[in-house]
Design a binder for this molecule. Structure first.
Ligand code: BLA
Length: 505
């Protein structure tokens, strides 16, 4: 694996970003031995930062700066493993925020930053929370979040960046200074945020780059005397950011960032990314508010998503009722599926749907030709029989059907009887057809492997390559809804067939 800072485009997925061995220089870091709080490692700027004589290594914190040791002492009874403890301390002519936690590998990490101006955030939290918790759908919620965070943080661009089932990202909401190029709606490949970073962001929910042009300040000595290895900086707020990502930000013209994780049901749903065009610090108090609000956003999204699922269930129940009514009224259930295009399309967020039944096809929305539908029916019959069969890349799974991918890259089918060839099928188009780039699309970008080219423009082009021939992925909820429709229609078909038999006798 590459060492920190030595990754290139081929192996950045495995860069150990938590072993940075250096910090951003707007604060200072001390690694201490417990219980005597002897300083084992210090960032190269630490002595100057707290106004103490160098070297600090080998001395006790209480001897170096008794006021810091006294402020830290009450926290030491806490576990400080996943949740750092915080304190404030007044030294000669400055106020510092301190954060302490116990990293894997032992010892105690103490980070110090200058406290922010005495901003009173309390009055901002309550209305923000109310807006977040009262929002009625995910999109308006995210629009509000971008607005709230821009007002709260003062950064000049705030994006809600949302991940899909395949971990690709989309700028889902944005609030920005009018002079900036919009990124709203743009899509980026999963490789822009390596898995190692995503795993880290589940534990460490708020990150800051105070000045993209910083010179990293090394830990001295580099290796922890406790373990003989690099210090695990996963939970450090001053952790030096991967140079890969820094290059990306520089190419984007960004001067500073503040990013919070949005967690929904234990997974990383997305990020709230705040960018500023010049250096900008996010002091502890602001980060604490950001973390709280991001938590509320995740909670609200979880509630709204289960609400959407409940609505889908309700609409399938209604559909069942309408099919039964249609049988008694028209002697057929099919009209209930097709009298309104939304009946089939909306619950699955599909652009087309088809019913293959007793050798006939009925459709709504954008679907392949009748011949294409029959070929898809044949292909479905050849698959192992399952309650739902889905693909987001038909052309890849069924090369013979590659000609259909413009409207049907995404196919989701559910059998509606035990007879082969009888399905309800939903379609989604190739997603690159549905997404446009906010910049100048006439200037093509070649995706080479030079990290100096990293930028949203390049990544958007890369995303195009990655998702060519693919639709928006079907989510587990889509599969569940499709299955529910399939089960319901199967029941109705059974009843319909036995009623018809009775009448025929
Ligand atoms: C991290 N890359 C990130 C983060 C974002 C992006 C949001 C998280 C930063 C954080 O949470 O603090 C990507 N930022 C974007 C995108 C937009 C944006 C897409 O504003 C679009 C508007 N990055 C690459 C490539 C590699 C890479 C190709 O683009 C590797 C080969 C690496 N990105 C990379 C790494 C991190 C990262 C290593 C982790 C940075 C860290 O926390 O140290």
């Amino acid at each position: 694996d590459p060492a920190f800072g030595a990754a290139d485009l081929s192996n950045c997925e495995r860069e150990p970003i938590h072993l940075a061995a250096s910090i951003q220089p707007h604060g200072a870091l001390l690694a201490l031995r417990e219980p005597d709080l002897t300083i084992l490692q210090a960032s190269a700027n630490a002595a100057a930062f707290i106004g103490a004589a160098a070297p600090l290594q080998g001395r006790r914190l209480s001897a170096v700066e008794a006021r810091i040791a006294a402020a830290l002492a009450p926290l030491l009874a806490d576990p400080l493993d996943e949740i750092p403890g915080a304190f404030r301390v007044r030294l000669d002519g400055m106020v510092l925020d301190g954060m302490a936690h116990r990293p894997a590998g032992g010892g105690l990490i103490l980070e110090l930053e200058r406290a922010g101006p005495d901003e009173n955030f309390a009055g901002r939290i309550e209305p923000a929370l109310q807006t977040i918790l009262a929002s009625y759908a995910v999109r308006p919620l995210c629009d509000e979040v971008a607005r709230i965070f821009r007002g709260l943080t003062g950064y000049d661009r705030v994006m809600v960046y949302r991940f899909d089932e395949d971990h690709h990202g989309e700028v889902f909401a944005e609030e920005r200074d009018p002079s900036l190029e919009p990124y709203l709606g743009n899509r980026y490949p999963d490789s822009d945020i390596p898995q190692v970073a995503r795993r880290l962001y589940i534990r460490n929910r708020v990150r800051v780059v105070a000045d993209v042009y910083y010179a990293a300040c090394p830990l001295e000595p580099r290796l922890s005397p406790l373990t003989g290895r690099d210090l695990d900086m996963s939970l450090c707020v001053l952790r030096s950011t991967s140079p890969m990502h820094i290059q990306y930000l520089k190419n984007m013209g960004v001067g500073a960032t503040l990013v919070a994780s949005i967690m929904v049901g234990g997974r990383l749903w997305g990020l709230i990314a705040c960018h500023h065009d010049s250096p900008r610090r996010a002091p502890f108090a602001l980060r604490a508010v950001v973390e709280l609000l991001a938590e509320a956003v995740g909670t609200r999204i979880a509630a709204l998503e289960s609400f959407v699922q409940a609505q889908a269930e309700l609409s399938v129940r209604r559909l069942e009722q309408r099919m039964i009514e249609a049988i008694s009224r028209d002697g057929d259930w099919r009209s209930a599926l097709f009298d309104n295009p939304n009946t089939l399309l909306a619950p699955l967020n599909a652009t087309g749907a088809a019913l293959l039944f007793e050798g006939q096809t009925q459709t709504t929305g954008d679907v392949p030709s009748t011949a294409g539908l029959r070929d898809i029916g044949q292909w479905l019959d050849d698959q192992p029989r399952r309650p739902v069969i889905g693909t987001a890349s038909l052309g890849q799974d069924a090369p013979g059907l590659a000609g259909l991918t413009a409207v049907a890259s995404g196919v989701l089918a559910t059998p509606i009887s035990s007879t082969p060839g009888e399905y309800i099928i939903w379609f989604r188009p190739e997603q690159v057809r549905t997404v446009t780039w906010g910049g100048d699309p006439t200037k093509p970008v070649t995706v080479g492997d030079d990290p100096r080219d990293l930028s949203p423009r390049r990544s958007f082009a890369q995303w195009h390559q990655v998702v060519e021939g693919r639709s928006e992925p079907w989510t587990p909820k889509d599969l569940a809804t499709a299955r529910m429709v399939g089960d319901t229609v199967s029941d109705v078909v059974l009843q319909f067939r036995s009623v018809r038999m009775l009448i025929a006798e």
